[in-house]
Design a protein. Structure first.
Length: 325
């Protein structure tokens, strides 16, 4: 049995993470950490308003870090050093350096660090990987992903997403990270990356759109375009090969189209559950972790190539060679 503490009980935690933990048979929601303890009353047996107090409890086995991105690294590192396993919301951290330190501490402490890139668990993503390994589209050469929507921050609801000091960036950090991670999962290690971003519509302190281009060691090129200024919602993802293509539009939907036909592969009713289940199996049974700190860090590396923090203006470009951990 794994005793969990959920740090941060916002929208994602209450709708997906906490229900997933409650329904996982070898998990127990032991406690929650929230700045406003009143919000935690009735949610779990134990409620803390600071993480250090929660980490001092020897009954705690694992921490789900569901706070704003700026808190991911310090809270995950503190949890790992307290000898707790950690599953952290995406993106891993504010930058590649922070993410690297999280991975290093996890290794040093001998504790598991996972990152919540749950789209790796989608049956259609698993099937696309299988089809490519079978040569269904020949040699994969290009992947394209678009995620366009209105801003997810409306009024005070999730307003922290528009604050670069808390969120790191805009749609590049929030929604592009998921698509970049899926490409990393499907195509392997990125060798080069570059990109552009701007404020095409809204004068926010974060970008309202970003485009990343990634070249993989396998020769595949990936293009990810994300926008928070669109009245037309798009969730497109396709993989083009020398002999055909695999279409996953919409990425969060059940349909998968490939040269052999169309398949209906729905996700779990709670898209966080398979990720929680895999993490518990990794801790208790030693099974491979589908989304580890080691794999997630490559998404942080890619976004860092696109988002140049030294530049005064959005729209700057940056390329770099392959990193090492």
């Amino acid at each position: 049995m794994l005793n969990w503490v959920v740090a941060g009980i916002g929208d994602i935690s209450t709708k997906r993470v906490i229900p997933a933990i409650r329904s996982e048979p070898r998990s127990r929601l032991y406690g929650v950490m929230t700045r406003d303890k009143a919000k935690g009353v009735g949610v779990a047996e134990h409620v803390w308003d600071n993480l250090d107090a929660a980490l001092a409890d020897p009954q705690v086995d694992a921490v789900y870090v569901a706070t704003p991105v700026a808190l991911h690294a310090p809270q995950a590192i503190a949890s790992l050093k307290a000898r707790k396993h950690v599953l952290c919301e995406k993106p891993t951290a504010m930058n590649y350096t922070e993410a690297s330190e999280m991975v290093r501490v996890g290794r040093e402490c001998g504790k598991i660090l996972g990152v919540a890139y749950y789209r790796r668990t989608y049956p259609k993503v698993q099937r696309a990987r299988e089809l490519m390994s079978q040569g269904a589209i020949g040699k994969p050469v290009l992947a394209e992903a678009n995620q366009h929507s209105a801003s997810p921050a409306q009024g005070s609801f999730r307003s922290w997403l528009l604050d670069p000091k808390l969120a790191g960036g805009g749609p590049l950090f929030d929604v592009a990270s998921h698509r970049i991670d899926v490409m990393n999962y499907l195509f392997g290690k990125p060798a080069r990356a570059t990109g552009m971003m701007s404020n095409a519509v809204f004068p926010w302190p974060i970008e309202d759109n970003a485009t990343a281009m990634i070249e993989y060691e396998t020769g595949v090129r990936g293009i990810v375009d994300v926008r928070w200024h669109s009245d037309v919602v798009r969730d497109q993802f396709r993989i083009i090969g020398t002999k055909g293509e695999i279409n996953l539009d919409p990425l969060s939907g059940p349909e998968l189209v490939h040269p052999g036909g169309t398949e209906h592969l729905p996700t779990h009713a709670n898209i966080h559950f398979p990720m929680i289940e895999n993490f518990v199996a990794a801790v208790l049974d030693g099974v491979p972790l589908l989304s580890s700190g080691e794999s997630a860090i490559w998404t942080d590396w890619v976004t860092e190539q696109v988002y140049c923090p030294e530049a005064a203006l959005f729209g700057s470009q940056r390329t770099s060679g392959t990193p090492s951990l």
